[in-house]
Write a protein that binds this ligand. Structure first.
Ligand code: FRU
Length: 442
């Protein structure tokens, strides 16, 4: 049977279950996107690192396994982490997870590679400091003139999400320096933290996770960010906590600085709930989940912006461009981009894709994205307040879509699975819009 869901510009593993992007880096002329991977099955019971590589951020090759849970430090999984190139060697930082007789242990581990193919695990590891539980994972490492820095997603012994901070002068011996950031915003656990400076601002990304502390079960999670200041190893937010992506399918983002000096981000698309994962139609083709497209981050007027990657924009092949208030198409290409701009914000705007499978309404200064769920068949909705709509750019892949609103001021992502081949689209705007429809060259 033909796989109608196979995406072209959203990375998917050839089989098994993929989750978080890990170890993003550029090493010896190649981009590396590692990822959490169960290569054997479609559940979360086994985790190793798989690897995609590319020379141009457009054509990617899956290289199979990179780091296996093959030592007593990581028997229950090589969990998420990051990468850093030091003196032409690729250093990988990850969490070695073990659960023996129901007892969880997390160790922050390091492996080194000279060729990006084979990795030598170090013997020394970081054990969890006294004030945290063993929910201590996802090391993100960076370096500057003061040496090496590591933040780790944590849970305090009182059950609050927190981020731990470590420092090193040689990237071998690490010293725990205290709490980088904690707050009630971080719920009961803080997964996958990331920190960077961008456009003169300090940005913290984090995934607060709700956990039931009585039975230690994960309830839900999302990806958020703050803009703030770094003051002696402590982060102080100056904004409230804000979601990174306001859509349905976005979790565990990670960033890195590319050779052009751009801060690029990928995320897992997505942390479905267990019913959605169970009903996900790609199962019959032996795999689950994909990553988002790479996005370039910027901070403009104190706000985090996300822009589609320039290299992907350059792959657009124009099909038509017109000024109108209504646009219809019977058959959108499976990989396409629709660009809309307004010189005056419409008071109302409506869009229906694929016979109402995915819809979008802008009215009363609210932007409402809906989709029919493949699991319970109900309409689910995400809403963001939006003062005006001046630009909308929609990237449509075979089973994934990303909506960039007002040049990246907001982004909404979703997976969709069309059971029958209906690729129609109907767009109506109260005000004249310039609309451009392009195919994406694969
Ligand atoms: C986030 C996460 C990480 C962990 C990994 C395990 O999705 O739960 O905190 O390291 O997935 O696969």
């Amino acid at each position: 049977m033909e796989n109608l869901y196979k995406n072209y510009f959203h990375l998917e593993a050839p089989r098994g279950l993929l989750n978080d992007p890990n170890g993003l880096t550029y090493f010896q002329g190649t981009y590396y996107v590692f990822h959490q991977w169960n290569r054997f099955d479609l559940h979360h019971g086994y985790k190793e690192w798989g690897l995609f590589t590319s020379n141009d951020l457009l054509r990617w090759e899956h290289q199979g396994s990179a780091l296996l849970p093959d030592s007593d430090k990581d028997v229950s999984g090589v969990y998420s982490g990051s990468a850093l190139v030091i003196e032409d060697k690729l250093h990988i930082f990850y969490t070695g997870n073990s659960k023996i007789d129901g007892k969880r242990r997390s160790l922050q581990c390091q492996a080194i590679s000279e060729d990006g193919k084979t990795f030598q695990k170090n013997d020394s590891v970081i054990t969890t400091p006294e004030e945290y539980t063993e929910h201590h994972r996802d090391p993100k490492v960076w370096s500057d003139q003061n040496g090496y820095h590591m933040i780790v997603g944590s849970q305090t012994k009182t059950g609050q999400g927190a981020i731990a901070y470590y420092q090193s002068i040689d990237c071998k011996e690490w010293n725990y320096r205290g709490i980088f950031y904690t707050s009630k915003d971080l719920e009961q656990m803080a997964e996958c933290p990331d920190y960077f400076e961008l456009d003169g601002e300090s940005v913290l990304l984090v995934c607060p996770q709700k956990r039931d502390l009585r039975n230690d079960k994960d309830i839900s999670g999302y990806s958020a960010h703050y803009i703030g200041n770094l003051n002696r190893n402590e982060f102080h937010p100056k904004t409230e906590i804000r979601p990174i992506d306001d859509g349905f399918d976005f979790h565990a983002p990670q960033t890195f600085l590319d050779p052009k000096g751009r801060r690029l981000m990928w995320a897992w698309m997505s942390r479905m709930n267990s019913k959605e994962e169970e009903a996900c139609p790609t199962r019959e083709f032996g795999y689950l989940h994909c990553l988002t497209m790479p996005r370039e981050l910027r901070v403009i007027d104190g706000k985090l912006y996300q822009l589609p990657l320039q290299e992907i924009l350059e792959r657009r092949i124009l099909i038509e461009s017109l000024e109108t208030v209504r646009y219809e198409s019977e058959e959108l290409a499976t990989q396409s981009v629709i660009d809309m701009t307004w010189s005056n914000s419409p008071s109302s705007f409506e869009l229906a894709f694929f016979d109402q499978n995915v819809t979008l309404v802008y009215k009363n200064q609210e932007f409402i994205l809906s989709r029919i769920s493949w699991s319970d068949k109900q309409v689910h909705t995400k809403t963001v307040p939006l003062k005006e709509l001046t630009a909308l750019q929609i990237f449509i892949d075979s089973s994934a879509m990303e909506f960039f609103i007002n040049q990246g001021e907001k982004v909404m992502s979703l997976r969709y699975f069309l059971q029958q081949e209906n690729r129609s689209c109907d767009i109506r705007s109260s005000h004249q819009m310039k609309i451009t429809y392009s195919k994406l060259e694969s």
